[in-house]
Design a binder for this molecule. Structure first.
Ligand code: BES
Ligand code: ZN
Ligand code: ZN
Length: 482
């Protein structure tokens, strides 16, 4: 979807227009006739968020009423959701070009509506013969948004599209080597991101016992990808390390997933897609933050010489792990990546992972389960920006006492406590064992992928979390102040 800034002439429309009508005080310059205005006002009175359609044959003006008296972040989220409804109507009517104008609207509100529209206008249809009719060109009334702000937003929104494409792609077309190639090509295209791809041999020589074990049942090699964006004007002296779970497909391994628990597990690399995309978005928009991403990539399958329950692994940092369930694979590959990142002395480690079904059961599908160790300040910033962009965190306790549940008779740790209490927290505690720097753990299992359409996040890969991380990097300087 292209967006350009132009003047809209309501007397000579050359496409349909969405008119955002907020509740700020006059003066007004509404492009409506008297009787139209009376009709719009009566609809607003009945429902402050109503959509009113005015005919301007052969075009239409869709008047989107909205209530900006609400607490601001809620008003903005409501606008994103309104935009998703509008997108469905435009799709049904076969509209590909529209204008967006407005009155009583501030730039943040226009940006939120556009954001919702852009995200709702995404489909994964490359394998479908019949494609949806989506928006291709949007003209935004000139004074509403600055050109620079619009372009920054567009780059971010296109990153969300790309992220969603990666997560939606089936493993038969996107295995670990293929994803590593894509990340490398993307880094080369940007020019200011360095990409190192470690292959099977290198991973073996590093003795990444977790990544190697999970990969053993696979026909495809594993990869370990490291990205670095290190701008000259960086505000941090040591890097922020982003770690993402890159299980290209999770069958469960020998503890194979039953019935319909397997479907959608192509999304088990959403953490790696989100973390790499957030680094790329920062690089594209030249944010002054030094970032590194650590992405362990493999699928998890039975077969070949697949790792088994009762195996005892030696991890990259020397910790030994008794396997109790091969379906708790994410924490094994992440542990090696976290330990690797940890040795580079980062000032903060953040991971994102579709880690536990327990997170979905406990919290549902609209929040991220979030935990932290020694990272009060960045965690509270992340929590605040999460509220602002409405990609919110649900902080869970992360006490050391939970480590009791990870004790093994024969090794340093078990990979999963079989009596499954506090599954989301113990998975996080397992990872925290490998981090000796301020650490934030984000379990995105509930939000990364939707089985049915979830407003502007759509159906399938949602891209949830990218706006959160981007906003966090934008505000990162706040963690430096006393
Ligand atoms: N990838 C899954 C977690 C998952 C489940 C993500 C549902 C998204 C939706 C993870 O590897 C897994 O299988 N976890 C197990 C852990 C269990 C064996 C302790 C789970 O949550 O059932
Ligand atoms: Zn699993
Ligand atoms: Zn998994």
């Amino acid at each position: 979807m292209n967006v350009t800034l132009e003047k809209i002439d309501y007397n000579k429309l050359n496409c349909s227009v969405v008119f955002l009508y907020g509740s700020e005080v006059a003066p007004r310059s509404l492009p409506f006739k008297k009787e139209e205005l009376a009709y719009v006002e009566s609809c607003r009175k009945r429902d402050a968020g109503s959509l009113v359609v005015l005919n301007r044959l052969p075009y239409k003006i869709y008047v989107q009423n909205f209530d900006s008296e609400l607490p601001n972040v809620e008003a903005l989220e409501r606008l994103r959701k309104c935009a998703a409804e509008v997108q469905l109507i435009l799709e049904k009517e076969g509209v590909t070009n529209i204008g967006i104008g407005g009155d009583g609207i501030i730039p943040e509100e226009a940006a939120a509506f556009l954001e919702g529209l852009h995200m709702a206008n995404y489909r994964f249809e490359k394998y479908r013969s019949k494609k949806s009719t989506l928006l291709t060109d949007v003209v935004l009334e000139k004074h509403i948004l600055e050109q620079g702000a619009l372009e920054e937003n567009l780059r971010l929104w296109r990153r969300i599209d790309t992220l969603r494409d990666w997560v939606n792609e089936p493993v038969m077309y996107l295995n670990a080597p293929a994803f590593a190639d894509i990340l490398q090509a993307e880094a080369e295209k940007l020019g200011n991101v360095k990409c190192t791809v470690m292959g099977q041999k290198k991973i073996e020589s590093l003795k990444m016992g977790g990544l190697l074990a999970v990969n053993r049942g696979s026909e495809d090699e594993a990869r370990f990808v490291v990205l670095e964006y290190k701008p000259a004007n960086r505000i941090n002296e040591r890097p922020v390390a982003l770690v993402g779970k890159g299980v290209m497909y999770d069958t469960g391994g020998l503890n194979i997933k039953p019935e319909d628990y397997m479907v959608e597990m192509k999304s088990d690399m959403a953490g790696a897609a989100t973390m790499s995309s957030s680094l790329f978005a920062a690089a594209e928009n030249a944010l002054p933050v030094w970032l590194m991403a650590f992405l362990p990539l493999t699928d998890n399958r039975p077969g070949k010489n697949a790792y088994a329950a009762d195996d005892i692994l030696k991890m990259y940092d020397g910790t030994t792990v008794e396997i109790t369930n091969t379906d708790a694979e994410g924490r094994l590959i992440l542990a090696d990546a976290i330990a690797y990142a940890d040795r580079l002395d980062p000032e903060l480690i953040i991971d994102a992972a579709t880690l536990t079904g327990a997170a979905v059961r406990a919290l549902g599908t609209s929040v991220i389960a979030a935990m932290q160790q020694d990272a009060d300040k960045p965690f509270s910033l992340l929590n605040i920006v999460g509220g602002q962009v409405y990609e919110r965190l649900a902080p869970l306790p992360f006490w050391k006492e939970y480590d009791e549940l990870l004790k093994s008779e024969v090794a340093d740790l078990i990979n999963c406590n079989l009596h499954a209490n506090a599954g989301t927290i113990t998975a996080g505690r397992f990872l925290a064992h490998f981090a000796h720097h301020p650490y934030i753990h984000l379990d995105i299992a509930g939000v990364a992928f939707y089985s049915k359409r979830e407003s502007f996040y759509g159906c399938g890969a949602s891209g949830f979390g990218l706006r959160l991380l981007y906003a966090f990097f934008q505000m990162y300087e706040a963690t430096k102040k006393k």
